[in-house]
Design a protein around this ligand. Sequence first.
Ligand SMILES: Nc1ncnc2c1ncn2[C@@H]1O[C@H](COP(=O)(O)OP(=O)(O)O)[C@@H](O)[C@H]1O
Ligand SMILES: [Mg+2]
Length: 291
Amino acid sequence: MATPVIAIANQKGGVGKTTTAINLAACLTVQRQNILLIDLDPQANATSGLGVEKTPGQSIYKALLGEVGVENVIRPTTYKRLDIIASELDLAGAEVDIARADNYLHRLKESLAPILEQDRYDFIFVDCPPSLGILTMNALTAAESLLIPLQCEYYALEGLSVIIDLVEKLRTSGTNPQLHLEGIIMTMYDGRTNLSQAVVQDVYKHFGNRIYETLIPRTIRLGEAPSFGKPIIDYDRQSVGAVAYLQLAKEFLQRRGSEEARSFPFQSESPIAEAAEAQAAQAEDREELPE
Ligand SMILES: Nc1ncnc2c1ncn2[C@@H]1O[C@H](COP(=O)(O)OP(=O)(O)O)[C@@H](O)[C@H]1O
Ligand SMILES: [Mg+2]
């Protein structure tokens, strides 16, 4: 079975896409899942939020243009079972370059193909920029499903139909027939306010059980963690934000009916497997995130 690619998208900025990408990925490693996180936003917040250096030439950019194989841009993070394809500012130029390339919606899908056939990762998450431009369109073309973080605020639902319609269009046009809504994650929930509760109820009316039961609270610690380059479970394991994302990871796996990490992930003779082994050896002293 090909590795599931899941796009984390919402054209609104500041709704918790990157926070969810980093923390869901980190918390899934605690469940023994091997994760690749692709930072597709030129702002590179997922990259810096995981304490990874931005290095010129070390992003998905060249792989999107077919200039290097994707395996050349995968890097280990300091955490076990969590790899990243970092972002860099150059990626901003990719929109223009890709638009001129053949098959421009399929660039990410094509560049990921070699690692999907290997059983190297259990999930690949794509942290999208806050727009429905060519990079996000590439993510939605490569993805099996879409995860939408939605901020608990008055206008939460506004604009949601735009991205939902886009999913429908990509599916029915044949660009990506398998694309579906993985789920909606309510973020920055404040249980003390009626507004947060009203927003969740309102979204529930429209999307029912597509909403995760786990609500992500608004907390200062979650906002602080990225500036230390750490996921919340490393920054403050006891915090309510850490508990929430650990719970979300469990619910995510339950909903997918996933088993615990699949056993032996790759064939030994492929060049990608060799690269992965070399990387694994190099990363042996990586940190095990606490349970
Ligand atoms: N649950 C939360 N509680 C408090 N602050 C949060 C929470 N989620 C995100 N933030 C902060 O809000 C800002 C926007 O979040 P971010 O995940 O970067 O959104 P996006 O990727 O959708 O633009 C960031 O400064 C982030 O640290
Ligand atoms: Mg972001």
